[in-house]
Design a protein around this ligand. Structure first.
Ligand code: GLA
Length: 415
């Protein structure tokens, strides 16, 4: 989650395989064939073996931000940008991992995996191997070549896509039957305990369970989910501000702590409140004289956001895109004013989107403090949208944004 590259954009393959992402207009599935082929060839050349290649997607969250670690509701979709892992077994008990994005190789002994990560990209791989082994999966040695085109540090879950692709590859190699929910939970644990980022379950869950042309409505407490067909008349357009503020990781953990403080307070008065998911805005308001203002606002965001996700799911089911867009707008304002995880660049990007024609709704997506916005745009207005937002943003900031027109993709599997 927090592979932070402040203000720097890196896309998979752009430096190493020559498949640079165009700045606009891509359903990236057209890049898959060539990249899978290239990855197999690179693997054969470097390691002298024929690999199997798996891939897991990045994600964009339509609505339901900072609700997953509060046992609440989220509505992400998997996207066409993904991480691919080429893998072949080896019989010396080693995990040899090469990243094409970083042009670096790391080696681990399966029976001597480190206890914790060291801040290196390979933490995501070693961490997943460690958690799988601890859960009783008999891993075999493996050579892995990893290559991804999910922009790093852009809030599109490049880390979860690495974890889930690697987890799937290692389980396949071990001949294990894979339960996708279990895989998501193990990958989340790797990120929480090994990498040290206290993320919720959303990213790993949708990387595992995502479905082409569908958003996924997830109850983060029960882990029950529903696939919601996306309307063919509208497009998901992601606008990358190209900034990631260095405070993101620390602020994320602080928001979690503030939510926990809110639960502690609420549960004293309302014992049924185990997580913010259980509280109502009325219950919260009844404590407004006693709760510190900041905690009150954090809780108000989470409680109201949960309600918005449920309403948004109903709107999507009834194809009421204007209602859905209105909820996205409210979500952004709540994240900006109450949860305070937006930033000037995200606010500007949303403002520019709201001035464009054919936009149902726009909001920041992911953890915040930079990264991307998600926009629901009428299919016929996408080209004009890209142009006006891109020009407006560059004029105001001097930075050229990247804009991705996405369709929802499948979760992890064979590439
Ligand atoms: C990051 C985390 C997720 C979720 C979002 C905010 O992406 O990895 O678990 O908490 O932030 O909604």
């Amino acid at each position: 989650m927090f592979l932070t590259t402040v203000g720097v954009h890196r896309t998979n393959g752009s430096e190493n395989t020559g498949t640079r992402l165009p700045a606009h207009l891509q359903d990236l599935s057209s890049h898959h064939e060539r990249t899978v082929q290239t990855l197999a060839e690179d693997f054969a050349r470097r390691f002298g073996d024929r690999p199997t290649i798996y891939q897991a997607p990045g994600r964009v969250n339509l609505i339901g931000e900072h609700t997953d670690y509060n046992d609440g509701f989220v509505m992400p979709a998997a996207i066409g940008m993904c991480t691919r892992v080429a893998v072949a077994p080896r019989d010396d008990g080693k995990l040899v991992v090469r990243s094409e994005n970083f042009s670096e190789e790391s080696t681990f002994l399966l029976d001597q995996l480190p206890a914790r990560g060291s801040g290196h990209w390979s933490d995501y791989i070693a961490g997943v191997a460690k958690v799988l082994a601890e859960s009783g999966i008999p891993l075999t040695g493996a050579t892995l070549l990893i290559c991804g085109n999910v922009p790093l540090g852009a809030g599109l879950s490049s880390s979860a896509s690495v974890e889930v692709a690697v987890g799937w590859a290692l389980m396949e190699l071990a001949g294990q039957k894979i339960d996708r929910t279990k895989l998501a939970q193990l990958c989340q644990r790797a990120e929480n305990e090994f990498v040290g980022a206290r993320c919720g379950i959303m990213d790993q869950f949708v990387a595992s369970h995502g479905k082409r042309d569908h958003a996924l409505l997830l109850d983060c407490r029960s882990l029950e989910y529903r696939l919601l067909p996306l309307c063919a008349d509208a497009r998901l357009v992601i606008c990358n501000t190209m900034v990631r503020h260095a405070i993101a990781g620390g602020e994320y953990n602080q928001r979690r702590a503030e939510c926990e403080a809110g639960v502690k307070f609420l549960s004293k008065h309302f014992p049924h409140v185990r997580a913010l998911r259980d509280a109502t805005l009325e219950e919260l308001a009844s404590l407004s004289g006693e709760l510190p203002d900041k905690i009150l606002r954090r809780c108000r965001h989470v409680i109201s956001e949960d309600a918005r996700v449920v309403q948004a799911a109903e709107a999507l089911t009834r194809n009421e895109l204007s209602t859905f867009g209105g909820l996205m707008r409210e979500s952004h304002r709540s994240l900006r004013d109450d949860y305070e995880v937006s930033c000037a660049e995200l606010d500007l990007m949303v403002q520019l989107a709201e001035q464009a024609q054919g936009v149902y709704g726009a909001r920041m997506t992911g953890g915040g403090f930079g990264g991307c916005t998600i926009n629901l745009v009428d299919a016929g207005c996408v080209d004009a949208f890209q142009q006006s937002v891109s020009e407006g943003y560059e004029r105001a900031t001097g930075r050229k944004p990247e804009i991705y027109v996405c369709s929802a993709a499948d979760g992890v599997g064979l590439a």
